[in-house]
Design a protein around this ligand. Structure first.
Ligand code: HEM
Length: 303
């Protein structure tokens, strides 16, 4: 079955049933925008727009196809977006002295574990932030807002509004509208995790699980010193079984090529430009590059 079949979803399919419930969900949440996409209920005998179905599928998959649970999660996520206004975080100015150098969004061709020609990849250089944990993590709310800005920038790069990637077999195959996530822990070494890191990371893990289901495919943790690999065990306690299965950690940066191929930034031994040269970042109040501005514009949806 090909993506074309999404226009002929049978009414008894869970995605069709979910789409039919959208009007009541919108009314309950008072909002209908998700990741920059205006969700649309089926109307006038027309099929539900492809991008709406892709987003509904994320909520269904995160709930093992349980429709009532998916509906509750979508409603909560829409309510959160209505008040938190995460799209606006992409345009806000963040304190560069706290966050510059910690989050980058780029693209990688030929990643070995995904089926995509090109993937959007988000790099979080948390090893850098751990040198002075109070700076980036001391104010949890500010950190969360910045991390949400990085996430929304990542989702904007996925071009969810273009619906140009095929969705195989009623959504049973891999979802191509997902990013790869890399955490870089270079030069970190703690025997105990500082309290502010623990608080901020737990908060964002919980928030992403609730409001950004199925938006990340594979997660790589690089430059994890052997002495710190115990942390994997403590982090796993906060994560779903599904996301644990898609995580890989490694001691050295250049091991990333084994999974993502050679088109990775130079600092990981790849052939692509370094993150500082090529990647997008949130706004730190300096002249942003044109590409960043364009991405922000493309994802903007009026409320
Ligand atoms: C000590 C320095 C560290 C800092 C500052 C740090 C920071 C963070 C933050 C802020 C998150 C929240 C998720 C996100 O932003 O995407 C996170 C998640 C996570 N961290 Fe760390 N971390 C550190 C060390 C480690 C180590 C040594 C490991 C073990 C390999 C580890 C494994 C994880 C895992 C598995 C997650 C969950 C990722 C997810 O569900 O997306 N962290 N970390």
């Amino acid at each position: 079955m090909t993506s074309a079949d999404w226009t002929n979803l049978p009414p008894e399919h869970n995605l069709s049933k979910f789409a039919a419930e959208l009007p009541s969900i919108f009314e309950d949440a008072g909002h209908n925008e998700m990741y920059g996409v205006r969700l649309e209920a089926p109307a006038g005998g027309e099929p539900t727009p492809h991008m709406t179905l892709i987003i509904l599928q994320k909520f269904l998959r995160a709930n093992m196809d349980d429709l009532p649970k998916a509906k509750t999660q979508l409603t909560e996520a829409l309510k959160w977006r209505k008040t938190y206004r995460p799209l606006e975080a992409k345009d806000e100015v963040f304190d560069g002295s706290k966050f510059r150098g910690l989050g980058f969004v780029t693209t990688i061709k030929g990643a070995k574990e995904t089926k995509n020609d090109e993937d959007v990849a988000v790099f979080n250089i948390y090893g850098e932030a751990a040198k002075e944990p109070k700076k980036a993590f001391g104010d949890t709310d500010k950190f969360v807002r910045w991390r949400v800005a990085v996430m929304e920038l990542t989702l904007a790069q996925l071009n969810l509004n273009s619906a140009d990637k095929p969705i195989p077999d009623y959504g049973k195959g891999p979802d191509p509208y997902q990013a790869i996530q890399i955490h870089d822990y270079l030069s970190v070494s703690f025997f105990r995790q500082p309290g502010e890191i623990k608080a901020s990371s737990q908060k964002i893990i919980d928030l992403f699980q609730r409001y950004y289901p199925e938006t990340v495919s594979y997660k790589y943790f690089v430059n994890v010193p052997i002495i710190m690999q115990w942390m994997m065990g403590t982090m796993k306690a906060f994560m779903s079984k599904d996301s644990i299965q898609k995580m890989t950690w490694m001691t050295y940066g250049n091991q990333l090529q084994t999974y993502l191929g050679s088109d990775i930034p130079r600092e990981y031994g790849g052939t692509s430009a370094s993150l500082k040269e090529k990647a997008l970042t949130p706004n730190y109040g300096e002249a942003t590059n044109d590409q960043s501005a364009k991405v922000r514009q493309a994802a903007d949806v009026d409320d």
